[in-house]
Write a protein that binds this ligand. Sequence first.
Ligand code: F42
Length: 329
Amino acid sequence: MKFGVEFVPNVKYYELEYYAKLAEDSGFGYCWITDHYNNRNVYAMLTLLALKTQKMRIGAGVANPYHTHPAVVASAIATINEVSGGRAVLGIAAGDKVTLERIGVKWEKPLSRIREAVEVIRALHAGKSVSYDGKFFKLSGAKLDFNAGSIPIYIGAQGPKMLKLAAEIGDGVLINASHPKDFEVARKSIDEGLQKGKDFDVVAYASLSIDRDGGKARNAAKIVVAFIVAGSPDVIFERHGISSEDVEKVRTSLNNAFATGNWKAVNEAVTDEMVDIFSISGTPEDVIERIEKLKKVGVTQVVAGSPIGPNKAKSIKLMGKEIVTRFTN
Ligand code: F42
């Protein structure tokens, strides 16, 4: 099992640097930085981390081919690869519809767009002069004027078609899920696209919260879980037997909280069951038990995403000491 950590660059650069270095010192092998135009720029932050870390692989988790042309993505991540001495990885996915629409970007045909983008990026990274006549991207003799090196491409995917595509054309897949049942289902789509014998990293890009006090850990995950519940499709609730009334309570409390600031009500609306399904939360023992189950359903990398714990620094260290060491030694 490999371990990664995810950071959202909605904090000052020196905070991000501090947590990333702490993660590296705690034994995490991957650091993924999210990409949304309204946060600090992902490549600027990755350049910082390329200079301030030594061993960890660092990458965009995830870029999208809507607001950034794949040739620009190819060049940006190749720059990170050069600065980091070959430690860059690229995550790419369809992008967040709501965020993209806010800047007037139409979110159409994500499957074909991702396929084309990955083909363009791989060709440019191979150092070729690229002429490409896609539906969305047209290149005519495009070439990077520096050596990109080798950069694995991971695709962020939840839907069955995107999972299959990720298996077909990616080196790995980043799946926003925490529960073994969701990976059992995802595995079926992955297997449809995966060539036998291909080395492929199945990543649980999970909401994780760890603390020696299990109650505190679970409580810290509740707001993040509320957002996941609010954005999940009905098929997920049906799969886990969550009632539509319970989902509605979370959605209503969340909408109200934006207007009234009553986040306590959001915490109350999130059930224990939801915390279990949409996050990996609890004591080190609870987290170990869940990771053992994820391993059984084919997960090969666990990414600790928000909130990581009630005290981020303490939780990163605890993850390193009790979890990363245990699974990687
Ligand atoms: N989004 C961001 O914007 N920034 C991030 O930093 C970010 C991180 C991230 C990490 C892991 C991860 O898994 C996702 C992450 N996301 C992030 C969200 C990501 O960008 C996607 O929004 C998310 O993964 C949802 O994608 P999906 O895999 O569910 O694919 C969507 C597009 C979907 O509906 N897929 C369907 C499927 O079955 O897979 C298929 C849809 C389909 O068939 N479309 C057709 C087509 O050709 O594309 C026709 C549609 C048409 O337009 O007519």
